[in-house]
Every structure is written in structure tokens, then in C-alpha cells.
Design a protein around this ligand. Structure first.
Ligand code: FAD
Length: 382
């Protein structure tokens, strides 16, 4: 039975980020690292977007960037410059290729294909079983996500950011290539928080995504019919080709993911609660969380002592409480937020880098009654 200092389960976004962060740091050069993935047959199964100031780690492999965003609701539509940020897009296949290349160069990392069936915590060591092998690890980072424990509890509301997106090519130039439609709430809400998300790559090519922040996923046609009518009615386009499709279902919750960690097991990526609860954005957060984790790992402390709740966790919880009770409030909240605040301040707040004073200014730009009620309910129910 092979023994490793670190076993990383899953070579998706967080697994590859973690493997590279360990591999390139000399502190870990004597540590043996195993990266286990069930399917090496990587496809371009997703695109990742994030905002960032200036030059960043992924710039060499970006697919597109935008300097403006558009936010709209049923009453207004606002195109905004996002300086000093840029909204950046990365295709998963470009990331996988680049990170596989990087990781191959770290001689202490073994990359194996295998489907993990069980992770057994034996206290001082962890046994990881695949269909054919058992590996022994001193520390395990697990990125296999399971929705079930989230849905089996009621303390924290669980919403989903779920969507289907079409990559389309139109015959006529209809897209503004310098503007990402961040949230267009002008579409029918049907009692939920629903919006269109449009990322143009050229004047004739874009990703158009029908997105909900809600409790239950829909039938495929309930995402695709609205995309068709958005193309027809909003973009005045009936002549187009669908090049590819993507779909996703990301948990939005302040659930205590750390409850699944132990002294020697840490869940990472979506499985570790790294998706921002109030927005579903995960990719850049996974990079930032990985980089922040490295100095902690050097101290060799129990892995389950790392995560701490902070005020941003609580703000997210309040928003999710509101949307869980009244799922149609998203349009009002996000609409008002972008109408009254500068996107620069909103991105900084979502990145959890604002001061308390800046937090209050942002929160005050949202509908106050909803947040005060949610706050009182949480305080008296907790
Ligand atoms: C279509 C789509 C678009 C998205 N767009 C954005 C975006 O624009 N911005 C953003 O911030 N976030 C986005 N996200 C959310 C998030 O960034 C991604 O889901 C991201 O891939 C999560 O990383 P992860 O490491 O948690 O999971 P994954 O990347 O899914 O990695 C998990 C890995 O574990 C492997 N695995 C699973 N089970 C086993 C097993 N039993 N044994 C071995 N290996 C296993 C899987 O094959 C996979 O490679 C998107 C998600 C999707 C699905």
C-alpha cells in the first residue's frame, strides 16, 4: 500500500490549484503528493469568470476580458465601467492543459486515474480506496462534493445557482464586445430570482446563460425556452447557430462545511464551502483560499482548526435567509444594489476586502427592511 504525505482527491479547479501550490513551494519539496482523478478525459466542460484588478495569475490563458458590465431590471438598465477591475474569462480546457503541464514538472507529485470510493479516517492516517487500490495518506484534501448533507439539515438555507448556457454564433453583428451583461433581471421572474448573463466574445459570438438563484432545478426546456425568447425579443436575433452548451448547479449556502473536516482531512473547492454563498463565484476564491492555506499547512496544525466564521459569512447568511423565504426578492436587492453603488465597491465587498464602514454603505444601498428583518430573525432564532 503506497503512502503519501498529501493525497488530493479530484483534479478539477481546486485540486489542480492545490497540487500546483504545494508542488511549486520548496517547503513541500520533500513531501510526496498524490493527485487522484476519476476522469482524465478532460473536456471544455465549463468556463470560469472572475473580476480582478491588474495583472493576475491566469492572464496568459484567458479567453476574453471586459471593462464594462451591464445590470438591468424591469425598470432600468445601467452600463458601468468597472475600473480598476476587469472581468476575466477562462476556458476550463485551457486551465486543465496549463495546470497539467505545470504539475508534471513537480517531481514529487504523482498523478493517477482512479475513482475514489471511500475515504477512511483512521485518526493518525487516512485510507483512500479506489476500485483497484488503497492509498495511505497523512493528510487528505478532498474535492468530491456531495449535496446530501446540505439538504438534510435546516439550520442554513440552501439555494442553488443553476443555469444552462448556449454558446451561439449569429449571422449579424449584435453583441457589444466590451460589455458583459452581468445580471439582466428584466426577464419574467416567476416568483424566483432569475436573470440573463451574456458574455460576448466577438460581435457575432457569445455565451448566453439563463440563471436562477433558487431552491429547485428546472426541466431543461425551462432554461432553454427563455434563452430562445431572449435572443428573439431582446437581442432581435432569430438567425443563429448553437455551438456548444454548458450547465451548472452550484450550492449557495452558509452551511458549516468544516463539520466534514478532521485533523487530517480537509474538503476543498465547492466541497469545502469555497463557493461564495451569496453569488456562487468559486474559481478566484479557490485560488485565493489555496494561497492563504499554504502558510497554515506549513505550521502542521490540525486541518479542521483552519476555518473561522467572519462577518462576511453572516452577511451572506442574511441574504440567503431573505432569498430562501422570498425567492422573488433577488431582482429588488441586486437591482437596487447596482443602481446605487459603484461596481468597484460591490466587487471589493464580494471579495471580502472592504472595511466595516464600507460594508455598511453597501448594505444600506440594499432594501433595508428585508435585511433588518432577516437580522432580527437570525439573532432571535440562533
Ligand atoms: C458550467 C459551470 C460554469 C461555472 N462558471 C463559474 C464562473 O464563471 N465563475 C466561478 O467563480 N465559478 C464558476 N463555476 C463554479 C466553480 O468554479 C466550478 O464548479 C469549479 O470547477 C469548482 O471546483 P471544484 O474543484 O470544487 O470542483 P471540480 O472542478 O468539479 O473538481 C472536482 C473533481 O473531482 C473529480 N471527482 C469527482 N468524484 C471523484 C471520485 N469519486 N474520485 C476521483 N475524482 C473524483 C471530478 O472528476 C472533478 O475533476 C462554474 C461551474 C460550472 C459547472
Amino acid at each position: 500500500m503506497a503512502t503519501y504525505d498529501y493525497i488530493i482527491i479530484g483534479a478539477g479547479a481546486s485540486g489542480l490549484l492545490m497540487a500546483d501550490a504545494l508542488g511549486k513551494d520548496n517547503f513541500f519539496s520533500e513531501k510526496s503528493i498524490l493527485l487522484l482523478e476519476k476522469n482524465f478525459n478532460f473536456q471544455n466542460d465549463r468556463t470560469w469568470c472572475f473580476w480582478e484588478i491588474g495583472h493576475g495569475e491566469f492572464d496568459a490563458i484567458l479567453h476574453k476580458t471586459w471593462d464594462h458590465i451591464l445590470v438591468a431590471d424591469d425598470r432600468y438598465s445601467k452600463r458601468m465601467p468597472i475600473t480598476p477591475y476587469r472581468y476575466k474569462m477562462l476556458k476550463a480546457e485551457d486551465f486543465y492543459t496549463a495546470y497539467h503541464e505545470k504539475i508534471k514538472k513537480h517531481s514529487n507529485i504523482t498523478f493517477l486515474e482512479g475513482t475514489v470510493q471511500e475515504v477512511k479516517d483512521q485518526g493518525n492516517e487516512i485510507l483512500v480506496n479506489t476500485e483497484t487500490n488503497t492509498f495511505r495518506g497523512k493528510k487528505v484534501f478532498n474535492s468530491i462534493f456531495d449535496y446530501r448533507p446540505l439538504l438534510q439539515q435546516q439550520k442554513y438555507p440552501v439555494l442553488k445557482q443553476h443555469f444552462i448556457g448556449w454558446f451561439v454564433r449569429t449571422t449579424k453583428p449584435i453583441f457589444d464586445i466590451d460589455q458583459a451583461t452581468f445580471m439582466d433581471f428584466s426577464i419574467p421572474q416567476h416568483g424566483n430570482t432569475r436573470f440573463m448573463y451574456v458574455l460576448p466574445f466577438t460581435e457575432t459570438e457569445a455565451l448566453i446563460e439563463y440563471t436562477l438563484f433558487s431552491e429547485n432545478v428546472l426541466a431543461r426546456s425551462e432554461y432553454e425556452e427563455p434563452i430562445k425568447s431572449y435572443l428573439k425579443n431582446e437581442l432581435k436575433c432569430q438567425d443563429y447557430q448553437i455551438l456548444e452548451k454548458e450547465k451548472g448547479n452550484i450550492p449557495m449556502t452558509s452551511y458549516n462545511f468544516n463539520a466534514h473536516n478532521s485533523e487530517n482531512i480537509m474538503h476543498i473547492g465547492i466541497a469545502g464551502g469555497w463557493a461564495k454563498p451569496s453569488s456562487g463565484y468559486t474559481f478566484m476564491r479557490s485560488y485565493q483560499k489555496t494561497m492563504a492555506l499554504i502558510p497554515f499547512l506549513k505550521k502542521e496544525k490540525p486541518l479542521n482548526t483552519y476555518f473561522k466564521k467572519d462577518r462576511f459569512w453572516f452577511y451572506d447568511l442574511l441574504l440567503l435567509d431573505i432569498l430562501f423565504r422570498d425567492n422573488n426578492k433577488g431582482r429588488l436587492i441586486f437591482g437596487q444594489l447596482f443602481k446605487r453603488s459603484n461596481p468597484h465597491k460591490i466587487f471589493k465587498f464580494l471579495d471580502e476586502k472592504t472595511t466595516i464602514w464600507e460594508d455598511l454603505v453597501i448594505i444600506a444601498s440594499c432594501p433595508k427592511k428585508e435585511f433588518i428583518l432577516a437580522f432580527l430573525r437570525r439573532i432571535f432564532l440562533i
